[in-house]
Design a binder for this molecule. Structure first.
Ligand code: UD1
Length: 354
């Protein structure tokens, strides 16, 4: 079996780091195409180097742009690539970025079956670009590789049960694969002087926070009211939007960090505050309370027993949620479906139903 995997943004590199070895082990030939959606070394190359992901066969170097421009450019260049390199049995896509959407549209029109990893995830908020990307990718996919029962149920509710398999969460595979190595290779002292359990960790990059007037002000004001130092690796979009936003004295802004460093930072934090989907889950799996800087989540299972709380960009809600987060004992690591073997299951599903 010969497949073309399309990746483009940070979280997709992490997912590929878990899935690519499983595909290889199953005897599947994989060609990786990088769309170039993320191009800064800190958001791209560092992940390939650190996680041992096979180098991309081709980089489409699309760079940044409006949604239409970025998606259109990926489509045009991916179509040209697939014209030159025929004979793929499948195109494999991860998650919900513009690279996912473009990959789905091109593969569908070239009649190449699509395998969608993280199928069925929904926030039910179509103002989120990622929600649009997921819905379209799922509609066009032959293999709907769902991470959770909630995702399976969402697909069934949309009439997409045919092709759906509950494989588990590949990000859990990655967390399990790399958590120990993270502690050894990226110890906390290499990132911050703060001791474990004494600091909060914050990331914020979604347009709903960076591009809506007042949201960044409100979030930073909330961070300033927390009784801990806050380490904040800053996404380039957020940096570009900061303008006159006041950074409180307890907030330590650092450059975007590689994956292993992020796992170390999460593990040592007493609370994670984020608008990222992936970080909500990683905090949950690593037993750390999370405050989600959004009004909805596509990972509702993390909300159980207050381990993740939705606060949006509301200053009071953020402070309240962070201060009332469970503390002291860490959440015991729960069993998630797939139990860290989602990648193997994906390889098996692809081979069995080729
Ligand atoms: C994208 C995904 C989002 C994912 C995130 C992970 C979409 C719609 N969104 O968001 O789901 O959570 O990746 O990080 O696909 N930029 C740089 N250097 C880079 C890349 C981007 O400076 O290497 C800046 C540019 O100003 C760009 C902005 O970041 O305009 C946003 O980048 P983009 O790829 O459009 O989306 P993300 O916010 O990174």
């Amino acid at each position: 079996m010969r497949i073309c995997t399309v990746v483009g943004a940070r979280p997709q590199f992490v997912k590929a780091a878990a899935v690519s070895p499983a595909l290889r082990a199953a005897g599947i030939e994989e060609i990786i195409v990088h769309t170039g959606q993320h191009y800064d070394a800190a958001l791209s190359q560092v992940f390939f180097d650190e996680l041992g992901i096979p180098p991309p066969y081709q980089n489409l170097t699309v760079g940044s742009g409006s949604h239409a421009r970025q998606t259109g450019l990926i489509m045009e260049r991916l179509e040209a690539f697939l014209n030159e390199e025929p004979d793929f049995d499948a195109v494999l896509l991860y998650g919900d970025t513009n690279s996912t959407l473009a990959g789905a549209l091109v593969a569908a029109k070239k009649w190449i079956p699509i395998a969608h990893v993280e199928a069925g995830i929904r926030s039910f908020n179509r103002t989120m670009p990622e929600e649009v990307n997921r819905v379209v990718a799922d509609c066009l996919s032959r293999w709907l590789l769902a991470p959770t029962q909630v995702a399976v149920d969402n697909l069934a509710a949309e009439g997409l049960e045919r092709g759906t398999t509950l494989v588990g969460d590949v990000m859990l595979d990655a967390t399990r694969m790399f958590a120990e190595r993270a502690q050894q290779q990226s110890p906390l002292r290499s990132v911050t002087a703060h001791a474990p359990d004494t600091y909060g960790l914050c990331t914020v990059h979604r347009p709903s926070n960076t591009d809506v007037p007042g949201c960044l002000e409100s979030i930073f004001s909330a961070l300033g009211q927390l009784p801990w130092p806050i380490v904040l690796p800053m996404h380039p979009r957020t940096r570009a939007r900061m303008g006159p936003v006041q950074v409180p004295g307890n907030v330590e802004i650092v450059a975007p960090v590689p994956y292993l460093t992020m796992l170390t930072l999460i593990s040592g934090a007493r609370c994670v505050l984020t608008d990222s989907g992936g970080l909500q889950k990683e905090a949950y799996w690593l037993g750390v309370p999370c405050v989600t800087l959004r009004i909805d989540t596509e990972w509702p299972q993390t909300l159980a027993h207050g381990w993740n709380r939705l606060a949006g960009a509301d200053r009071k809600a953020i402070v309240r949620a962070a201060l009332s987060a469970p503390s002291g004992a860490r959440r015991p690591l729960g069993e998630a479906p797939g139990g860290g073997t989602a990648s193997e299951s994906i390889a098996n599903v692809l081979l069995q139903s080729k």
